[in-house]
Design a protein around this ligand. Structure first.
Ligand SMILES: NC(=O)c1ccc[n+]([C@@H]2O[C@H](COP(=O)([O-])OP(=O)(O)OC[C@H]3O[C@@H](n4cnc5c(N)ncnc54)[C@H](O)[C@@H]3O)[C@@H](O)[C@H]2O)c1
Length: 504
């Protein structure tokens, strides 16, 4: 099955933000493009706006003047749906409302040819439900572009229960021919990206709600230690708190209020108060010109310890030993396997976040997971009231000696990065087990759709196959609501690996 013939026209219905972007993509790829919008004048305005964007591409040398002129000549606003009769594909980007989309496709079915492919850009409705209105639902698929569509490469190609395999394949190949990176996914709430990304926001908000750290500190740890491009607070301020919350709410409702997707009360209050983020000048952060910049909490300079004793295998943090040595701090290795920890001269222990809290142990400081301990510029530490001040001070001094800023946060299990990554890895395994998408497509979707530094499966391989399951087991014991309960898929994965490794 090949991509759609470039000489045949493609229609975009609904010429708002997404419709314009999708139309530009199809146009630049070479199709004649028709634009239709229910509000008179909007399709013409959209054609103007797309033309202006093509002009900017020419200014930036990304498009030749001749290609721009040819593209402009291929772009046509349509006065009525009937003008779309000869289109080979109609992509819908209208209001996110089931009855509106169903009515549109019902109308289109009476107009277009039998071989015309129909696609919806819905982000939260079921493709199956939209297709329920059609005489031939086999021709309808989801083509979920990300905003801004001309820039973001990812397209989720969603097959509803009734979508024909050939329709999905045509849509997939067409997206590829348009220069996009398509991934195939089943029709489940949030598709791939909006489903698996939920914990990135939810866990940051939960740490904040637990009073363990403020938004600026959590964001800094997610960026500088977790390797995420942006922190959850600044990113949702950019997306819009209302938009982000409505996706979370929709995924949670669509999964019949599954606790793993429970929205955040703190974010609800923000939305209720009209603090929607950058667009209203205030969200988690204040964007007024004279507003004081929120800075992360960074620990004062502390004395580095002269040595550490490494006991057991530090697992995902084992690179730390080399870094400590390079910083001129002696590492004494204890051959006996006492667990995964560093013992400080004070006698206190430094342990990688594992889903437990430091109050459960005598004199423990936890340190958070980093994507890459060498590159990380900040590390979060957590301690309890039972941690000796000297232990915390030595822990701070140790990481500072490695060139890291240190943020001391409250004693929350799983800290910031560890709990976030463990949950993302879990949802990814769960999604594969439920037939949502392949491992490769999920990794691609999360890297391209939300800019994660690694796909969940790449991350999981790097962390060790049972790491996420073990962190979530510990978190689940401390919060038995079910939010952290590892999925059966993750259990299977972890225990299969343990058997293979001969560790159980
Ligand atoms: N904005 C995003 O980031 C984003 C990302 C992915 C998917 N989506 C989805 O794309 C769709 C459009 O979103 P948007 O942000 O571009 O919305 P928008 O409000 O910017 O544009 C919607 C357009 O559709 C028109 N319209 C409404 N009903 C219509 C009808 N029956 N027939 C023809 N035109 C109609 C409106 O006049 C408007 O111009 C929604 O389904 C949304 O969930 C949005």
């Amino acid at each position: 099955m090949t991509a759609l013939d470039l000489s045949r026209p493609v229609a975009v219905v609904g010429t708002g933000t997404m419709g314009q972007g999708i139309a530009q993509v199809a146009l630049v790829a070479g199709h004649p493009v028709r634009l239709y919008d229910a509000v008179p004048g909007r399709a013409d305005a959209a054609a103007e706006a797309i033309g202006a964007r093509l002009d900017r591409l020419v200014e930036k040398d990304r498009l030749t003047g001749a290609d721009r002129d040819a593209a402009r000549a291929r772009l046509q606003p349509a006065g009525s749906l009937a003008d779309l009769a000869d289109c080979v594909l109609v992509v819908e980007a209208v209001l996110e409302q089931l009855d509106v989309k169903q009515q549109l496709f019902r109308d289109l079915e009476d107009i277009v040819e039998d071989d015309c492919l129909l696609a919806t850009n819905t982000s939260s409705l079921s493709v199956t439900a939209i297709g329920g209105a059609l005489r031939n639902p086999g021709r309808l698929v989801g083509l979920h572009f990300f905003n801004p569509a001309p820039l973001l490469p990812l397209v989720e190609v969603v097959s509803g229960y009734a979508s024909d395999f050939s329709s999905a394949t045509r849509a997939y190949e067409t997206a590829r021919a348009w220069g996009k990176t398509p991934v195939a996914c089943a029709d489940t709430p949030g598709f791939i990206v909006n489903r698996i990304a939920r914990p990135f926001y939810a866990e940051a908000f939960a740490v904040y709600e637990a009073q363990a750290a403020d938004p600026a500190t959590i964001d800094a740890v997610l960026r500088e230690s977790g390797g995420f491009r942006m922190g959850a607070f600044e990113l949702t301020d950019l997306i819009g708190q209302d938009v982000n919350e409505s996706v979370t709410h929709s995924v949670w409702q669509s999964f019949f209020q599954d606790v793993r997707f429970t929205p955040s009360l703190a974010q609800r209050r923000l939305v209720e108060s009209g603090r929607l983020g950058r667009k209203t000048g205030h969200g988690w952060y204040d964007y007024a010109d004279d507003a004081e910049r929120s800075e992360p909490h960074t620990a004062e300079k502390a004395q580095a310890p002269a040595y550490v004793v490494a006991e057991g295998d530090l697992g995902p943090a084992s690179e730390l030993l080399a870094l400590i040595r390079e910083a001129g701090i002696q590492v004494r290795e204890d051959e006996e396997d006492h667990g995964t920890r560093l013992v400080l001269p004070s006698g206190g222990q430094l342990v990688l976040a594992d889903g437990q809290t430091s109050v459960e142990f005598r004199d423990v400081v936890y340190f958070d997971l980093a994507l890459d301990y060498r590159k990380a510029t900040r590390i979060a530490l957590s301690a309890s009231q039972d941690t000796a001040p000297q232990t915390l001070s030595e822990a701070v001094g140790l990481f500072q000696a490695l060139g890291k800023d240190v943020s001391v946060i409250g004693d929350v299990p799983g800290m910031i990065v560890a709990r976030t990554v463990a949950r993302i890895v879990d949802l990814a395994h769960d999604a594969v087990a439920k037939g949502v998408a392949t491992e490769e497509d999920i990794d691609t979707a999360m890297r391209l759709g939300v800019n994660y530094p690694l796909g969940p499966f790449e991350w999981s391989r790097r962390l060790g196959r049972s790491w996420a399951c073990s962190v979530l087991d510990d978190l689940h014991q401390r919060d038995p609501s079910g939010r952290y309960a590892p999925s059966l898929a993750l259990y299977r994965h972890a225990y299969a690996s343990e058997k293979r490794d001969g560790t159980s």
